[in-house]
Design a protein around this ligand. Structure first.
Ligand SMILES: NC(=O)c1ccc[n+]([C@@H]2O[C@H](COP(=O)([O-])OP(=O)(O)OC[C@H]3O[C@@H](n4cnc5c(N)ncnc54)[C@H](O)[C@@H]3O)[C@@H](O)[C@H]2O)c1
Length: 311
């Protein structure tokens, strides 16, 4: 029996729990919040969908000890980024909360894969990693999975091809310094630079438009509804499914950068094969000189955010 726990029954936690049910990702979803009534309200609302959909169970709780059977724990608690704030602005408030939860989870479910969603997700994944005795492969952040989905969707539209045939990835910080790896982007097996473009449009224009749309998307949603939830919830559910079903699927998730990148102890999104053990393998990333500089810049921003916690 597979069990997934969601910590936090706010906008994101509730949307994640709902996505796990809609996508029939596991047998049991446990949803925890320090506000137990909120966890109950969300769990009961989602539970009403179950008889229409699948044989599953959703359990609310206000006690972290109830997460003991979890195979995967998704962490969504913390102060949310408000309009005009960057993800790094809320770091100080969330770091203490996340470190405490990571330690508690070590006692409750030491073998679970822990998936961070709370922002700034890369730095908080590092905070959780440092606080926890869990192997690094079992502490990951949802990183730029959503950014990549946004990029492929926009590129597919601009190029007039199905987005699933667009292979383009966003790496680095889940934030302003994230960037698409254009040098290896393809449509099917055709390098992006060789793809025939719509009349009157250059490749640079298409890349600029797709990158800008990807970068600004979260902010545009925030300005209109005050938070984001459904997109990230679907991204999280896909990562969780890869763990629960040992899919060995490739995601750009927040991981401790492998030595070969020579980026230091930073956590940021890099190509990672996700399965039952969390990160099963890191795949090498080929970068142009400009992209290498962008990755180093992203790592430097995240390193300085992490160091700011100590000061
Ligand atoms: N990584 C991503 O792509 C992404 C996308 C959207 C939001 N987020 C992040 O997810 C987080 C949650 O956002 P939200 O909109 O759901 O916020 P929210 O305010 O709606 O929900 C937060 C929930 O956490 C609970 N909580 C707070 N501190 C707690 C604690 N110490 N113990 C237990 N429960 C606690 C609150 O009771 C609340 O229910 C934020 O950090 C946000 O920035 C990340």
């Amino acid at each position: 029996m597979s069990e997934v726990a969601v910590i936090g029954a706010g906008h994101v936690g509730a949307a994640v729990a709902n996505a796990l049910v809609l996508l029939r990702t596991c047998d049991v979803v446990t949803i925890y919040d320090r506000d137990a009534a909120r966890a109950e309200g969300e769990a009961w609302d989602i539970a009403d969908a179950i008889p229409l959909l699948a044989q599953m169970e959703i359990r609310p709780t206000g006690d972290l000890a109830d997460l003991r059977g979890a195979d995967v724990v998704v962490i969504t608690i913390g102060a949310t980024v408000t309009t005009g704030q960057s993800r790094l602005d809320v770091l100080g408030a969330n770091a203490g909360i996340i470190a405490g939860v990571a330690r508690e989870l070590d006692a409750v479910c030491p073998d679970a894969v822990v998936l961070l969603v709370s922002n700034p997700v890369d730095v908080l994944t590092r905070v959780a990693l440092e606080a926890s005795a869990r192997p690094a492969a079992r502490v990951i952040g949802c990183g730029t999975v959503l950014d990549g989905a946004r990029l492929r969707q926009r590129l597919g539209r601009l190029l007039g091809v199905e987005r699933e045939d667009v292979h383009a990835y966003v790496v680095g910080e889940h934030g302003d310094s994230a960037f698409p790896v254009w040098s290896s982007a393809t449509v099917g097996a055709t390098p992006l630079r060789d793809v025939e473009l719509p009349d009157g449009v250059s490749l640079a224009q298409i890349q600029d438009e797709a990158a800008a749309a990807t970068r600004l998307r979260g902010r545009s949603i925030h300005e209109r509804k005050g938070f984001t939830s459904y997109g990230v919830a679907a991204a999280v559910a896909r990562i969780v499914r890869a763990v629960v079903r040992d899919e060995r699927r490739l995601f750009m998730v927040s991981v401790k950068a492998p030595e070969r990148y020579r980026l230091g102890p930073v956590v940021l999104s890099l190509p990672s094969v996700i399965g039952a053990g969390g990160v099963e393998r890191h795949l090498p990333l080929s970068l142009s000189a400009d992209e290498r500089a962008l990755l180093e810049r992203s790592a430097a921003i995240l390193e300085s955010a992490y160091r700011s916690l100590a000061s």
